[in-house]
Design a protein around this ligand. Structure first.
Ligand code: SF4
Ligand code: SF4
Ligand code: SF4
Length: 426
């Protein structure tokens, strides 16, 4: 906790002590208009209509491909959907609704495009409203940080990791959205994760590509993990705080390397914030064409790697080719695919820092085994959270049979290949 205090400095007397303000005190004064429809997004009939669960034909294909159902026979997305339809307008609040890891395999497989992932978020929101308790992992520390970050007057020291040789544009309407990597590395220091190396790598690549950007010293968490557990109030508080910060600085474009921030800012924010008008790009969408055309040259790395598609970048955002393009154009790098890849890639066993247990660990072990079976020396992922969850499985003392393949961030790896060069961007 002492280390976290270094990252989060607040104008409030002591955010961790007895005077800690309640969440309801946070976020007062952000005057951005929430879409009038956001309340309806979380109304039962709208949730049923929007997620198209009435189209469900009870075929069970979702359950067949669901990795959670594979390890927990009690979990069954088909039965959850059918149960809601039979009850006609009320939803389950039992613990099974927390087991879904949001991997979207079911949506990918469903011939009728039933959006189970959106619907489960609604069921969780509904369950919380009915008094359900979330079983937080890590003592609720990630959620505590997210709620603290939604405070309007928070002051952060969130760029202390920034290397001196990174060029930041002074006047620029494009911001690089870092996400929570600086906080993750403190929270999960026992796992030895350095997710911020991925952020540094991304910034080095942008510098080398001469793509200017600025950084936001008071950026907040995008709020995705709160939204996923149904804490819509907490999510909206962060969304509005980010909107305030971005508007204040005249930001028109966002680049990010984090798949979760990308999807949340690009898809979820416009659903909730009436005046959200910011162009959001994933860094691979910018870099891949430049590397392909020879405008950005990567160097040489003699390694054998396998790429893990983060669910939020792959199935959610349909970005499958660009990360592979970056790897394919690094000289000396041999890229091999795992048995399950692209649309069928197995999830890292993620959870939104809640209800994580033995099933998540089984999925992580399966994914790591798939990586090991390729003969690769490195499992490369483009998501800081995949890195954390997979490392967690490797560090778990009970997992003595887990594959200990090196897990590395895509941008960290690509930046390592860059040859030293005088930075020409100014
Ligand atoms: S795959 Fe689609 S149609 Fe089939 S049971 Fe699942 S949600 Fe229903
Ligand atoms: S999102 Fe993934 S874990 Fe959740 S029901 Fe669908 S396939 Fe299963
Ligand atoms: S797998 Fe992820 S959520 Fe679960 S305990 Fe490990 S780090 Fe936490």
């Amino acid at each position: 906790m002492r280390k976290l205090r270094k990252c989060v400095l607040s104008s409030t007397p002591d955010l961790w002590g007895p005077g800690c303000p309640k969440i309801s005190q946070f976020n007062k004064g952000f005057d951005f208009i929430l879409r009038e429809t956001y309340i309806q997004v979380f109304d039962f009939q709208s949730a049923i209509n929007d997620s198209k669960i009435r189209l469900c034909l009870d075929c069970g294909k979702c359950t067949v491909v669901c990795p959670v159902a594979r390890y927990d026979p009690e979990f069954n997305p088909r039965l959850i959907v059918q149960g809601v339809l039979r009850q006609n307008g009320s939803g389950p609040t039992d613990e099974k609704i927390w087991s879904c890891i949001g991997c979207r395999m079911c949506v990918e497989r469903c011939n009728y495009n039933v959006k189970f992932t959106e619907f489960i978020t609604f069921l969780r929101y509904n369950a919380l409203a009915e008094g359900a308790q979330i079983e937080y992992s890590h003592g609720g520390a990630p959620q505590a940080i997210m709620h603290i970050l939604s405070h309007r007057d928070i002051r952060q020291n969130r760029l202390c990791w920034l290397p001196d040789d990174i060029e930041i544009a002074k006047h620029c309407d494009t911001a690089f959205f870092v996400g929570c990597a600086p906080y993750f590395d403190v929270l999960f220091s026992d796992l030895g994760v350095k997710t911020v190396e991925g952020s540094k790598g991304a910034l080095k690549l942008l510098n080398r590509a001469q793509l200017p950007f600025t950084l936001l010293p008071n950026e907040r968490c995008c709020g995705r993990d709160l939204l996923l557990v149904g804490d819509v109030e907490g999510f909206l508080a962060l969304a509005r705080a980010n909107m305030h910060e971005l508007s204040r600085r005249g930001i028109k474009n966002i680049i990010t390397n984090c798949p979760e921030c990308y999807y949340t800012l690009k898809v979820d924010y416009p659903k909730f914030l009436e005046n959200w008008d910011i162009n959001v790009m994933h860094i691979t969408e910018l870099l891949a064409p430049l590397i392909k055309s020879g405008q950005l040259a990567l160097g040489r790395l003699e390694r054998k790697v396998s790429y893990h598609d983060p669910c939020t970048l792959g199935r959610y955002s349909r970005i499958f080719d660009q990360p592979r393009c970056i790897l394919a154009l690094m000289e000396g790098l041999e890229v091999v695919e795992m048995a399950d890849n692209r649309e069928k890639a197995l999830c890292c066993g993620a959870s939104p820092w809640a209800h994580c247990g033995a099933v998540n660990m089984q999925i992580q072990k399966e994914r790591l085994a798939q990586a090991g079976a390729t003969g690769a020396d490195i499992l490369v992922t483009g998501c800081p959270k995949c890195l954390i969850h997979l490392k967690c499985a490797q560090k778990n003392v009970e997992n003595n049979d887990v594959c200990q393949i090196e897990v590395q961030d895509l941008f960290h790896l690509a930046a390592q290949s860059l040859l030293p060069q005088e930075l020409s961007y100014c």
